[in-house]
Design a protein. Structure first.
Ligand code: IPE
Ligand code: IPE
Ligand code: MG
Length: 258
């Protein structure tokens, strides 16, 4: 039995505060350019926004916040920018985790780990272990993450653990425990800052029925008020999960079968 409902199999419980918010933090470079600063200054400022949004979500009672920090494709950026981002990541792991822990926040990392330095890998493991018992907000950082990688990796892991499924007789419930976000409900609300209206290989599987919200605001300018505006937009939507509007008056069951 899966821990959380799949939006394509059952109708997830609705909540006025999203249980899970997933964010593509975009626009750092353009924020800096507008101020005649180097791109990396935007990343540094973006970390300030991360602090504010984590605090706001924690206070609002959001259960899960997932932030896209570095995509599988971001390795293609200039070497100096990649190495600055890695430094910022390591610094944040070294300096921020204790504070997260004090605030009851559980930290998880999703994505490939094998391309990070040993130092970063060790810090990730320590941060996850130190905060594993916390019961407040679960903060997930997607780093060297790609949605396609996630689905492929899960399929490979599932077939390795359960070779009897190699004949193709598997379904969503079989795959779900191997996906990197198996511990969280699917996002209710997706936010992308920075003006682009695309998913950029983020949580492809998990966003199946997520409400999408795009804003032109650059990530370093995003704040608690902007988050509240996004949540208000989410609240005003009718989530139908394939049904008609009329059916929503009398909640029906799922379409459960594999
Ligand atoms: C998002 O900001 C941060 C990362 C992808 C690491 P960008 O660096 O993509 O900023 P823009 O989109 O170039 O403005
Ligand atoms: C998506 O932003 C990845 C992160 C925010 C980490 P990008 O700036 O890399 O996305 P594209 O390249 O504009 O699609
Ligand atoms: Mg960008």
């Amino acid at each position: 039995m899966a821990l959380f409902q799949s939006s394509t199999k059952e109708i997830p419980a609705a909540a006025s505060v999203p249980r899970h918010i997933a964010i593509i933090m975009d626009g750092n470079g353009r924020w800096a350019k507008k101020r005649f600063l180097p791109r990396v200054a935007g990343h540094k400022q973006g970390l300030e926004t991360v602090r504010e949004i984590v605090k706001a979500c924690s206070e609002l009672g959001v259960g899960y916040l997932t932030l896209f920090a570095f995509s599988s494709e971001n390795w293609r950026r200039p070497e100096e920018e990649v190495s600055f981002l890695m430094g910022l990541f390591l610094g944040a792991l070294q300096r921020e985790v204790e504070k997260l822990d004090r605030n009851g926040i559980r930290l998880r990392l999703i994505g490939r780990r094998d391309r990070f330095s040993t130092e970063i890998k060790e810090m990730i493991e320590k941060a996850e272990a130190d905060t594993a018992g916390n019961t407040g907000l679960t903060l997930t950082i997607a780093a060297d993450y790609g949605g396609r990688w996630d689905v492929l990796n899960a399929t490979q892991a599932m077939l390795k653990a359960r070779p009897e499924l190699a004949n193709g007789t598997f379904c969503e419930d079989d795959l779900a425990p191997y996906l990197s976000m198996h511990y969280a409900p699917e996002p209710d609300l997706f936010i992308r800052t920075g003006g682009e209206a695309r998913i950029s290989n983020f949580l492809l599987w998990q966003l199946a029925y997520t409400e999408l919200y795009f804003t032109d605001m650059f990530w370093p300018d995003f704040d608690r008020n902007a988050l509240n505006t996004a949540i208000a937009s989410y609240r005003a939507r009718e989530r139908r999960f394939g049904r008609t509007s009329e059916q929503l008056q009398s909640p029906a069951g799922g379409n459960g079968k594999c």
